[in-house]
Design a protein around this ligand. Structure first.
Ligand SMILES: *Cc1c(COP(=O)(O)O)cnc(C)c1O
Length: 253
């Protein structure tokens, strides 16, 4: 990464890193409190819920600061960006992180993702299952996988990824039948502009049905900055929180 020359008026780089570190620590503590409160309200133990800090669009220096704050799970959604950023980290920091790939994934990127990701949350079609299994085998790795379920109302323009709810169990069976992928559960994003609670309730029912056939598939990856409380209330085991910790992302997507 190239660092811009600090202007006469901006703080020196050490001070900037310190300020950013304090900001991240403060935001992380706020999110931690929200999770604790949500667990208490749901009568759940905090230990049942894992926080994944979504670092997409933010630089490797933020990953390093987060690692220093004790963050062990980070989420990324674009292959090129993720692999570049992870390469920038020193080995001792990189090795402490569990990397969750949470974005829509083209099959031709499976080979790359299988080399650095520990978990892929966004598996939503047969071809991707086959591609990831092959790639994990070549990389001599075992990948944890969640089946992403599309909770948006059916529409011609399904676009945010995910298998239709009535196809989720079949896809889960396929993952479970592979050699190099381990089925861990389900993942979803709440529908845009709708109450997330019924969507998360639906996801939980799908997760329960899959778990009946695959007892190890206990993960429910749901809940982001805006709806983590509803997700915890509906059994989420993994929260993917970005902007509440890192700040708002640049407007271009
Ligand atoms: C970006 C992203 C998140 C984090 O969203 P925030 O609203 O910033 O917390 C979670 N899940 C997925 C799939 C994402 O792409």
């Amino acid at each position: 990464m190239t660092h811009a020359e600090p202007s006469r008026h901006s703080a020196p780089p050490d001070q900037q890193a310190f300020d950013r570190g304090s900001e991240l620590a403060r935001r992380l503590a706020t999110v931690e409190r929200r999770i604790e409160d949500a667990c208490a309200a749901a009568g759940r133990s905090r230990a049942e819920v894992r926080l994944i800090v979504v670092t997409k669009f933010f630089p490797a220096s933020d990953l390093a600061l987060l690692a220093g704050l004790g963050v062990r799970d980070i989420g990324e959604n674009r292959d090129q960006e993720a692999s570049n950023k992870l390469d920038e980290l020193p080995d001792h920091e990189r090795d402490r992180l569990t990397v969750h790939f949470i974005g829509q994934l083209q099959s031709n990127k499976a080979g790359s993702v299988a080399r650095y990701a520990d978990v892929v949350h966004s598996v939503d079609r047969s071809k991707l299952v086959r591609g990831l299994d092959r790639a994990a085998g070549s990389a001599q790795r075992q990948l944890d996988v969640c089946v992403q379920v599309d909770l948006d109302p059916p529409s011609p323009g399904r676009g945010r990824g995910g298998v239709a709810p009535d196809q989720a169990a079949a896809l889960a069976d396929q993952v479970a039948g592979t050699e190099h992928l381990r089925l861990r559960g389900v993942m979803a994003v709440a529908p845009l502009g709708a109450d997330p609670a019924p969507a998360f309730a639906r996801l939980r029912a799908i997760a329960d049905a899959i778990r009946a056939d695959h007892p190890d598939a206990t993960w429910i990856s749901a809940g982001m900055s805006a709806d983590l409380e509803e997700a915890v209330a509906h059994g989420a085991t993994h929260l993917r929180v970005g902007s509440a910790i890192l700040g708002s992302r640049p407007a271009f997507r």
